[in-house]
Ligand binder design. Structure first.
Ligand SMILES: Cc1cc2nc3c(=O)[nH]c(=O)nc-3n(C[C@H](O)[C@H](O)[C@H](O)COP(=O)(O)OP(=O)(O)OC[C@H]3O[C@@H](n4cnc5c(N)ncnc54)[C@H](O)[C@@H]3O)c2cc1C
Length: 418
């Protein structure tokens, strides 16, 4: 059967473009379809997202040539993270030390680097102004229809078209969605004191504030509020916004001023009921759309890219059909192992730390106090979170019995599907 590419990728976001680069390196010829015009991809505007990246994500980005395409001055080291609850004196700190917890890079820089890295591979084709409107998954081929009526064929379609993925819906795959009823308002601030690479997560009453360290005495202020209060934060003038951030951070970084526009994102967590079907797979936010508090969305996108490309390379080298289920299911299993515990854990943390009822306030202060006062527990929590961020293997961490884990995780995923 004639095909237009080995793999059709829907969406030229950072996940779709990274996958295109990885598939080219795996000996496949992908075609990326993007609804936006080419100019929007060539010069992506800053969107307020500072993406915290783990060590594993960095390794994937380096292997694909993305990391090398981000100017050094745009990479901010994340050396330490501190958590404060309300006005309580207790602080939970991760790091400082060796290795660095991670790095922060602006989302627009990642998008730009991902486009350049993908297009540096002659095997990658990109078609812009190409909105996918229909999908057919036949036994021997997958077909996509674009808004202009043209039809494209390939052995495999991968949807990387955001957490609200239309292509996922067209494939008949549902997703568990959790609308947190909250939104983030993000804006850069410049401050008098250095941030020393420390990220602050301040669970204030009424809103939470994260201060993410950037270079040159700047930080990204990420304010999470009930969605009906977001317009109030967006309407503040620069001086009022900076004054609020300075007050909520208790002047830790000195005098502040706003350093750029504010952006706004409603918070919806998404976990697809399945990541694959015959001739179809999901990647990036289309598979797992995280609440940003644990900073894992694009990291998971990159982990998925690494695993899917590896499985498809093996299938191709063995002369197997790359759209058949065995290779795709191996990807699904591994991606679920990396993502489901963190997805559920993140949602639980969000619930605990944003609930303003008295029992919830008591519970989270107890968590911080116990962690602060019990060196062993504190050490374990920090080690677990640090390991999650750095991807360090460490022999002290036994692997779970995967068959049991997989069964349990599949059951949880099907409960989410109800
Ligand atoms: C405030 C905030 C902070 C974050 N912080 C972090 C962090 O610290 N660390 C981290 O790892 N992640 C973080 N994330 C998550 C990260 O931004 C996302 O995981 C990542 O951008 C998702 O990339 P993607 O390529 O999967 O999807 P997207 O970037 O949403 O790209 C999807 C693409 O598909 C295209 N498309 C959609 N529909 C169609 C169609 N029908 N036809 C053709 N094209 C289509 C769109 O135009 C778009 O270009 C954060 C997110 C937010 C909102």
């Amino acid at each position: 059967m004639n095909s237009d590419a080995d793999v059709l990728i829907v969406g030229a976001g950072p996940s779709g473009l990274s996958l295109a680069a990885a598939l080219a390196d795996a000996g496949l010829a992908p075609l990326v379809l993007e609804q936006q015009p080419r100019a929007a991809l060539d010069a992506p505007a800053p969107d307020g997202r500072e993406i915290a990246l783990t060590h594993r994500a960095r390794r994937v980005m380096e292997a694909l040539g993305l990391w090398q395409r981000v100017p050094e001055a745009e990479v901010a080291p994340l050396r330490e993270a501190r958590v404060i609850d309300g006005d309580a004196p207790t602080t939970l700190a991760f790091g400082p030390g060796d290795p660095t917890l991670g790095w922060l890079i602006g989302n627009h820089e990642i998008r730009r680097a991902a486009l350049a890295a993908a297009l540096a591979r002659p095997a990658v084709q990109l078609r812009c102004d190409a909105r996918v409107t229909a999908l057919a998954l036949d036994d021997d081929i997958a077909r996509l229809t674009l808004a202009d009526g043209s039809v494209l064929r390939a052995p495999l379609v991968v949807a990387a078209d955001s957490r609200f993925s239309q292509t996922r819906r067209l494939a008949g795959i549902g997703a568990s969605m959790r609308d947190f009823g909250r939104s983030v308002v993000v804006g850069r601030v410049a401050h008098a004191q250095p941030n020393h690479g420390i990220a602050w997560e301040c669970f204030r009453y009424g809103n939470t504030l994260a201060l993410l360290p950037m270079n040159d005495n700047r930080s990204s202020a990420v304010v999470t509020v009930a969605s009906h209060r977001a317009p109030e934060w967006l309407a503040l003038d620069d001086a009022e916004f900076a004054a609020r951030i300075e007050a909520q951070s208790q002047g830790r970084l000195g005098t502040m001023r706003a350093d750029g526009p504010r952006h706004h994102y409603p918070l919806v967590g998404v976990y697809a009921h399945r990541f694959v079907a015959p001739r179809f797979a999901l990647i990036g936010d289309a598979a797992v759309g995280m609440h940003p508090v644990t900073a894992h969305g694009y990291n998971f996108g990159l982990y998925g890219v690494e695993v899917l490309a590896r499985e498809l390379r093996q299938a191709r080298e063995a002369g197997h059909d790359i759209g058949a289920l065995p290779a795709l299911q191996a990807f699904e299993r591994e991606h679920r192992r990396s993502t489901l515990p963190v997805y559920l854990g993140t949602n639980a943390i969000v619930t605990l730390f944003t609930d303003e009822s008295a029992p919830a306030k008591f519970a989270r202060q107890a968590v911080l106090r116990v962690a602060d006062g019990a060196p062993l527990l504190n050490g374990l929590i920090k080690a677990a979170i640090t390991r999650q961020l750095t991807g360090a293997e460490g022999r002290a961490w036994p692997r779970p019995p995967w068959p049991v884990f997989d069964k349990a995780a599949k059951a949880v995923q099907s409960v989410l599907a109800r």
